[in-house]
Write a protein that binds this ligand. Structure first.
Ligand code: DGL
Length: 279
């Protein structure tokens, strides 16, 4: 069904399957505090990491349409799984028919762009959800920019549930943090740079750093995405002027409001107000 979308300036939409995108949102807000934001977490249907290509695409498109309907002219998919499985189709097939003047951006490209200047051995590892690893998005994007870099990936299916269940600091978590790091490094002993290719993983950073061998650089995405967005808005004044600047941020979830408020405080270190919506 063709929707009539508002064309007036609006907040920047930030979407994730759940809470992970909050790690990206907080870095974006630190770098670009003057803009208005709507954060949308599809918590009722998270995690996306084990879902099929078609389902992740369908859910992500619903979220983008919702954010467009709420006035967003620019939407950031602050989720690697959605960026890997849905971004390209939305940009190529859906935006032209929905509204070619709006923009949807992801988190993989800005992460990959910095890799060439970090790795010396030209051997890079990626830790991400099963969906992101299976999509091969990281090796594909890395090779477009840096054909000489070898990329190995390891799916970490238990990390998102551990974070979502507030076990990031739990004793049992050490086992699974060590396990996936060791499995990744066993694939290629020359890896000197590891990308945390899931927006939930920064919450595990203290444990990841504990088990990552010295000399390996761990790359998180928040600042890279924030800097890349800043650069994008300065290069695209026509999009920048469609983003309102009042320094406000509102939160929407598809799950219960109480649950979101409680868990989001772990990610944001502040208490927030959230409203439940349906996609
Ligand atoms: N935050 C999502 C990502 O970056 C993963 C969470 C999920 O599996 O839904 O990939």
């Amino acid at each position: 069904m063709k929707q009539i979308l508002p064309s007036t300036p609006g907040p920047i939409g930030v979407f994730d399957s759940g809470y992970g995108g909050l790690t990206i949102l907080s870095k974006i807000r630190e770098t670009l505090p003057q803009y208005d934001y709507i954060y949308l977490g599809d918590n009722a249907r998270a995690p996306y990491g084990t879902r099929s290509f078609e389902v992740v695409y369908e859910f992500t498109l619903q979220a983008v349409i919702k954010l467009f309907g709420m006035g967003c002219q620019l939407v950031i998919l602050a989720c690697n799984t959605a960026s890997a499985k849905a971004l390209r189709s939305i940009q190529m097939n859906d935006l032209p028919r929905l509204d070619p003047t709006r923009r949807v951006l992801g988190v993989i490209r800005p992460t990959v762009e910095c890799i060439g200047s970090i790795t010396r051995s030209r051997h890079v590892g990626v830790l991400a959800t099963a969906g992101t690893i299976k999509s091969e998005s990281y090796p594909l994007e890395v090779h477009k920019l840096f054909p000489d870099i070898k990329v190995s990936g390891e799916a970490c299916p238990l990390w998102v549930p551990l974070v979502e269940n507030n076990e990031a600091q739990g004793d049992g978590t050490d086992y699974f943090v060590r396990k996936y790091i060791n499995e990744l490094l066993a694939k290629d002993r020359l890896i000197d740079t590891v990308i945390l290719g899931c927006t939930h993983f920064p919450l595990l950073l203290p444990k990841i750093q504990q088990y990552m061998p010295a000399g390996i650089t761990t790359v998180t995405q928040g600042e890279l995405v924030a800097d890349s967005l800043k650069d994008y808005l300065s290069r695209h004044p026509e999009i920048d002027k469609k983003c309102t600047k009042g320094g406000r941020c509102v939160y929407r979830t598809t799950e219960s409001e109480d649950k979101f408020t409680e868990s989001a405080s772990v990610f944001l270190n502040e208490s927030i107000k959230v409203e439940r919506i349906e996609l």
